[in-house]
Design a protein around this ligand. Structure first.
Ligand code: PBG
Ligand code: ZN
Length: 328
């Protein structure tokens, strides 16, 4: 008899749901939010249709809306009034993220608030920390002086009530430095979700418009990773695990599923960030009718889960919540 083995037996329509290995669950999604200290009403982000910069006073209302949709966690970014070489407004007690955290926790105490810990939205040059001359005479991001800055930012977020901090600067030693600072300030229970393997990706373009965090010279390739490197990608996450990270992250997500699968082997929970450019590509092609946006977005997110993500940070979070509801 030919064929002897028939995999299609289990693909009968009524059997398919029984054998589905991977499912999206709205409680695994994290919604990124932008809060802008300079505006009074929400402003649409042109390169990310459906996404907005929100004024601080809307923080509670936005969180309530997301909670009603079933979203349990948000990741906050801030756009400050003032930028300078030392990113001072990033750790101000009444800074934009600090106020947004407080607003969300007051209105919506069960919402998990994660904050992005980085300086690029707060520096006048747009790089992710302190710039200066290195020992080899180049102008570049200075590692150790920037660590001290990240410590101050992380502690100020924890003071404002953040449930978890997420350093995204790709500095060496950032997890250990932040862990020490949090522990020393009475926040030993606040976990660190490290952007442990973050690539110097062209897919961050729309985000830089959204967060006004583009750089005025150079690029980020002396701190973010070369997309060509898989072994180094694993090592970056392994180092952060050794430094005490509670959650690891791979970013971007969709083009880096091999990295995601390898980082999962470290045994820590893993987050994947479906970034602004991934969202923008799906949106743009969908708007033109060239792809089915909903099916493509769900396929992309399902494959990110299959490759090993426990959590997915995605601008589609609210849409997915609605889509999953409609399927039931
Ligand atoms: C800040 C930061 C960036 C993103 C998250 N945190 C931008 C960058 O590194 O240039 C990108 C997120 C996205 O594209 O959706 N360091
Ligand atoms: Zn940054």
């Amino acid at each position: 008899m030919f064929p002897e083995r028939r995999l299609r037996r289990l693909r009968k329509r009524n059997l398919q749901p029984l054998f589905r290995e991977t499912r999206l669950d709205v409680s695994d999604l994290v919604m990124p939010l932008f809060f802008d200290e300079t505006i009074e009403a929400a402003v649409p982000i042109e390169s990310m249709p459906g996404q907005y910069r929100h004024p601080i006073r809307e923080a509670g209302a936005v969180a309530n809306r997301l909670e009603k949709a079933g979203i349990r966690a948000v990741l906050l970014f801030g756009i400050p009034v003032e930028k300078d070489g030392g990113a001072h407004s990033a750790y101000a007690e009444n800074g934009v993220v600090q106020q947004a955290v407080a607003g969300i926790k007051a209105a919506c105490p069960l919402m998990t608030v994660i904050t992005d810990v980085c300086a690029c939205e707060y520096t006048d040059h747009g790089h992710c920390g302190i710039i200066g001359e290195t020992c080899s005479g180049e102008i570049d991001l200075l590692n150790d002086p920037s660590l001290a800055l990240m410590q101050k930012i992380a502690v100020s977020h924890a003071r404002a009530g953040a449930d978890m901090v997420a350093p995204s600067c790709m500095l060496d030693g950032m997890v250990q430095a932040i862990r020490t600072a949090l522990d020393g300030s009475g926040f030993s229970e606040v976990p660190i979700m490290s952007y442990s393997t973050k690539f110097a990706s062209a897919l961050y373009g729309p985000f830089r418009e959204a967060a006004a965090s583009g750089y005025s010279f150079g690029d980020r390739t002396t701190y973010q990773m070369d997309p060509a490197n898989a072994r180094e990608a694993f090592r970056e996450s392994a180092e952060d695990a050794a430094e005490g990270a509670d959650v690891l992250m791979v970013k971007p997500a969709g083009l880096y599923l091999d990295v995601l699968a390898s980082v999962r082997e470290l045994g820590l929970p893993v987050a994947a960030y479906q970034v602004s450019g991934e969202y923008a590509m799906l949106k743009a092609a969908g708007e033109r009718g060239w792809i089915d946006e909903r099916r493509c977005a769900l396929e992309s997110l399902t494959c990110i889960r299959r490759a090993g993500a426990d959590l997915i940070i995605t601008y589609y979070a609210e849409d997915v919540a609605r889509w999953l509801n409609e399927e039931q």
